[in-house]
Design a protein around this ligand. Sequence first.
Ligand code: AMP
Length: 114
Amino acid sequence: MSDCLFCKIVANEIPAEIVYETGRTLAFRDVNPQAPTHVLVIPKEHHADAAALAAADDGLADEVLKSAHEVAVLDGVSGSGYRIVFNTGAGAGQTVFHVHAHVLGGRDLGWPPG
Ligand code: AMP
């Protein structure tokens, strides 16, 4: 999608600190990190939110999840624990409508989230 921020990152039109990539996914650091590890994992293909990604039904959601875990391993937080969050819809705080998993770790995240 031409007006989508994360599609522009995939297309290399906007810079990002990329930490992991597969054929169909990209992971890059959040510009406004909420934890020592705060990485966004996206499918390169545009899907607006987690519901649309799930409906794609082609293994892409699996690949996003596997990439999120790989990011946690690469950032050294898989042992201490990490959180994967898909904000879905404006009411849940979603501001970029290209589905993304937030991978958060490296501090005590607490529960429930604030
Ligand atoms: P959400 O509120 O769940 O839609 O999350 C969107 C996230 O994208 C926020 O945490 C932002 O800080 C992050 N963000 C916005 N623009 C960029 C960018 N250019 N590069 C990396 N992260 C971004």
